[in-house]
Design a protein around this ligand. Structure first.
Ligand SMILES: O=P(O)(O)OC[C@H]1O[C@](O)(COP(=O)(O)O)[C@@H](O)[C@@H]1O
Ligand SMILES: [Mn+2]
Length: 660
């Protein structure tokens, strides 16, 4: 756009010198504020209770602020009760049994204390930023309360008046809820999710609903997320895969209650096809109980086997369609010698532990039976049309990507595929060869194409297929392992056949030199920047540490996922980036959540992690030093140009606004 056209558009918003100048002053003020606090989480894996605890408590930060403010007027127990209210106001209020007279007093003092907490948490933001986070209904009242000067006697009366009128009008509870939510949102200014929201734990859908309420959030897709996205794009191998994992963890509530995926056809097909098969290797892991949909485990095992066989066939077909994936080795069904009941994997022969495959014709092992064809078709329709799942996937697209550079940090879930010598692996798709950043960009574009291209576009199918490659391909930055040993885990007794080798990245990135090379590849300042990954559980109890490469790399998969806590020894990490420092909050097992709060009242354990400062900033980081700050500085320059244009008569000033 040419300069004059651009300034004319800008003049619609700032129609005269006064308006433009006052915006310049505002923006300059914002630049001089400390930057907001950023929170990083990864590998949440459907654990909605623990995750909501961490999010709503700002990983222990709110508890610290409560202590700071009220240590002298509240006992430890009262502080804990108060913090509990801030995290789960609706639930706590629903539980309260007070005499009417006591309640009125409690409501007043609670509002008063919450306002103090809001003031403390909002102190480093401009009024305008706080205003944007205010709930519409109470914006005016809250803003007044936050900004009243307590020294002034008249103002104090005014302050009390506001609180009284809120209570008198019967809005006390709602007002308390609004203040609590505001504290939560003020504490976590920016939220970064480094992938793997889905699979294993009970309710990824509840996590997504919560994330969608967050004003400032970005998501770097994990391999598990991309496989759900692929499923919604209609990739049948991905559909079979997400169902297989969900069944293996007994996640019926997520599938049926959450996403409305109808499993009737699968259960009928499985119980008929595998009626006398014990399906022993397919019993689900029972880490959580379903609240709504309970299916007996022997039927689940049959459904699990049915979908696994379908998945192996569909994967084999995909591999045949795409020789460029170089994944022939993963076409395992074609490596089975059905007569000898043996299979050859990576050149080694193993006995098969199970040869009951009523739907496989060994002449053409990848062909779906008629029943399987009909079934996968029904399931595909269910996934592609699930309304809530589509909303969630759209959000993953609008707020997510393969990687992100933000405030001097490089965020991605898994790895940059690398050779043993530290060079970026060159990967060929069609005629093009990609490596390093261009490989990420290529996959990012393909993921977009998979969902957004119209059905009749000739590039659509390849893009939809690549979603499966991103889930488990050797050179997928989201996966980064030599193979995903689905077949071996179910059908070979020897565990060594199921070993998945990590890409050399995972060893080489422990060295600062390789991390520097990666940061340079993404044009980041090598002295200030960090790489932030998830994907690989950090085995703390075996002496591993999340901070690597002389502080340049953070791996923050600490095991929020219950299934992995025995490996890591903790219940997850939160990386916290304030204006002063980078810190890791290390969460203890068990993080007792909402269900405890609602069950036995006294059993609630507040989130109180061990917090370690891992890097102090040489000086306080201000908004001016951040990406947003750079955008604001540009806007200031533009506004200055506009002021000059007004002064020189190039554009005429006006009082009225453009289009509104
Ligand atoms: O422990 P589970 O749920 O059976 O999953 C094991 C599988 O998950 C994977 O680790 C991928 O999941 P992550 O991205 O969470 O590591 C595979 O490599 C592995 O085969
Ligand atoms: Mn992962």
């Amino acid at each position: 756009m040419n300069k004059e056209k651009y300034l004319r558009l800008l003049s619609l918003k700032y129609p005269n010198i006064r308006a433009a100048t006052s915006e310049i002053i505002n923006l300059n003020a914002i630049l001089r504020l400390p930057k907001g606090t950023e929170y990083f989480f990864s590998d949440i894996h459907g654990e909605y209770e623990s995750f909501l605890d961490l999010l709503k408590s700002a990983s222990g930060t709110i508890r610290e602020k409560v202590k700071l403010l009220f240590e002298n007027v509240m006992t430890e127990k009262e502080q804990e009760e108060f913090a509990k209210l801030v995290y789960y106001p609706r639930e706590v209020l629903g539980q309260m049994e007070f005499l009417k007279t006591e309640y009125g007093y409690w409501e007043r003092i609670t509002i008063f204390r919450l306002v103090l907490l809001c003031r403390e948490t909002s102190s480093k933001y401009t009024r305008s930023k706080v205003r944007k986070k205010l709930p519409i209904d109470y914006a005016y009242a809250i803003e007044e309360l936050l900004n009243v000067n307590h020294e002034d006697q008249d103002k104090k009366v005014y302050y009390n008046e506001i609180i009284h009128s809120v209570i008198d009008s019967g809005a006390g509870k709602d007002f308390i809820i609004a203040l609590c939510k505001l504290v939560q949102q003020l504490c976590v200014d920016k939220l970064h999710i480094i992938g793997d929201i889905f699979d294993r734990g009970p309710r990824a859908d509840i996590i997504m609903n919560e994330l969608m309420t967050f004003p400032d959030i970005d998501i770097q897709w994990g391999n598990h997320d991309i496989s759900w996205m692929g499923a919604v794009c209609g990739n049948e191998a991905c559909i079979a895969n997400v169902l297989r994992i969900a069944l293996s963890y007994n996640n019926y509530d997520l599938l049926e209650d959450g996403y409305g995926i109808n499993l009737r056809a699968l259960s009928i097909f499985a119980s008929e096809t595998y009626h006398s098969d014990p399906c022993s290797a397919f019993y689900p892991r029972l880490l959580d109980e379903n609240k709504y949909d309970n299916v007996d485990t022997s039927l689940t095992a049959k459904m699990h086997k049915a979908i696994t066989v379908i998945q192996l066939k569909l994967e084999g077909q995909l591999i045949k369609r795409h020789p460029e994936y170089n994944m022939d080795e993963r076409d395992c069904l074609n490596k089975v010698d059905s007569k000898m009941r043996r299979v050859i994997v990576e050149g080694i022969e193993y006995p098969m532990i199970d040869m009951n495959f009523p739907t496989i014709c060994w002449e053409h092992p990848l062909e779906l039976s008629d029943g399987e064809k009909e079934l996968i078709n029904i399931l595909r329709i269910s996934f592609v049309h699930s309304e809530l799942l589509n909303r969630h996937v759209k959000f993953l697209y609008s707020h997510g990507s393969m990687y992100k550079c933000v405030n001097s940090n490089l965020l991605y879930h898994g790895c940059i595929p690398m050779e043993e010598d530290g060079s970026f692996t060159k990967v060929q798709f069609k005629e093009e060869i990609y490596s390093g950043k261009p490989l990420f960009d290529f996959f990012n574009q393909q993921a977009q194409n998979a969902y957004f291209l119209p059905e009749n576009d000739s590039d659509k199918q390849d893009a939809v297929d690549i979603m499966w490659y991103l889930w488990c391909g050797k050179n997928s930055p989201l996966f980064g392992k030599s193979k995903l040993a689905v077949f071996e885990k179910y059908f070979i007794a020897d565990n060594s056949a199921a070993v998945e080798q990590y890409n050399p990245y995972y060893r080489l990135s422990n060295g600062a030199r390789v991390c520097t090379k990666i940061l340079e590849e993404f044009q980041l300042d090598i002295d200030k920047s960090h790489i932030i990954n998830g994907h690989v559980p950090v085995k703390i109890k075996e002496g591993e540490h999340p901070v690597k490469a002389e502080g340049k790399l953070y791996v923050i998969d600490g095991g929020i996922s219950k299934a992995y806590q025995s490996k890591t020894g903790i219940a997850g990490y939160t990386l916290i980036f304030t204006s002063h420092h980078l810190a890791l909050a290390e969460h203890k097992i068990p993080s007792k959540g909402l269900s405890n709060l609602l069950g036995t009242k006294n059993d609630f354990q507040p989130v109180s992690p061990a917090i370690y400062i891992t890097e102090k900033m040489p000086r306080r980081i201000m908004v001016a030093d951040t990406d947003v700050g750079r955008e604001l500085a540009e806007r200031i320059e533009d506004l200055k140009m506009l002021v000059t244009a007004y002064k020189e008569g190039e554009i005429r000033e006006s009082e009225i606004r453009g289009y509104d």
